[in-house]
Design a binder for this molecule. Sequence first.
Ligand SMILES: Cc1ncc(COP(=O)(O)O)c(C=O)c1O
Length: 484
Amino acid sequence: MDIHPHWMRDGAGPLYQQLYQYFREEIQSRRIPPGTRLPAVRALSQSLLLSKTTVETAYHQLLAEGYIESRERSGFYVVEWEEEIVGAEPRARSVPFLPSTQRAGTKPDAHGEQIVPIRYDFHQARVDARHFPYDLWRRYSNQCMQLENREILYYGDPQGEPVLREQIAAYLQKARGVHASTDAVVLGAGTQLLIHLLCCLFRLDRPVVAMEEPGYNGVRVVFQQHGFPIIPIPLEEDGIRLDALEESEAPLVYITPSHQEPTGAVMPYAKRTRLLQWAARTGAYIIEDDYDGEFRYQSKPIPSLQGMDQAGRVIYLGTFSKSLLPSIRISYMVLPPELLRVYQEQLSEYDQSCSRIHQETLALFMKSGQWERHIRRMRTIYGRKHQAMLSSLQAAFGQRVRIKGQNAGLSMTVEVPSALTPEELASRALSAGIRVYPTTKKWLTSPAEQPPAFQFGFGGLSLAEIEEGIRLLAQVWTPYLGSG
Ligand SMILES: Cc1ncc(COP(=O)(O)O)c(C=O)c1O
């Protein structure tokens, strides 16, 4: 579509500013809709009797603020945005980035602050909701809600429905090498809730818990609320430092060996063996959180620690939050024999926290073989997104940032050397409608020595959103990069 700007000088401010403001208002009001190509610089300067520099400066201002994008050998286009199907926050209609000095068109919040709607949210827990198998899910849900299946309307097995535990045990054995009998699987509505149950099991000893530093704050807070002291154990390139772990003499360690949260480190086989030897020797328990073990991109998955354990020292945790949906709230643990006995003695009075209807639906979904098909499909989709994320970061930032943990899962960590703090960088991004997440809260101690680091989730964004979001982010961050 060709547009003919009806711009007239109004004498207020420099010409480029007037032209920029004219376009900004036209774009905000959608009188110039997304996807429209702006007139070429030369053509516009001739028709409006302006210098080329004036037009270029106005366009560059619009570009820097995210109203338009530049397409190679094609020109400048008004940015396009898609509404997301499922999001952590309700998405307002997108309005391009407005810097703090020019916030016309944004909405004030309860405190009178202006809010820029989020166009790109790189939260690591977002998954691809567009490929959720709605039809199949409805079919299996209807199937288990048949009139003759009245039992489904009542409380179920406190440990979780046996039909689902059986499917999970078989799947874990096949996909992750986990030795699990149906009996040893315990379901719970989320990893935090399972950790809470473990805290109940360990409550008499209230052991010191060793945790990766940085590590998963969602779990750390549960230990802390139960009054378990935490010892932060530093990381190295291939995961937790075993010498520091040994020195801590902790009888319990929580780790994410297959995709360290948040750095993404993968613990190699030899190190897993040494960790297991330590646990067998000292009688310590290892909580292995294999939250996104399904998705690996560069090499074959390393078997779970639990599958390699001969001494019954590993508590294996997993979740459907990455492989299916976080809103389903079904996570599970596989308890070693000694702890299973304590669980059955002490916690069998607790009712199951997962919906019985969802459990039975999921059991049918898994039994039908559709589950494995879904995982294969999602592996391909996430593989593409993973690649798009990597190449977008490389194209936009080159050597100026360091990408870590890109082997697995639905996120990668990026170190961004800058004189600004991570929070300041995040706030600059936010004012451009981009939400990014510093890894700061994953630290128990202070990450002072490190360059600002961010965890970039790509699961919930489309390929185009990944590319556009990173490109816009590079425009916003470039002036602040360099001296970390
Ligand atoms: C390390 C880790 N474990 C587990 C989960 C998933 O937790 P849940 O099972 O409560 O959804 C996440 C979510 O992002 C995570 O980062």
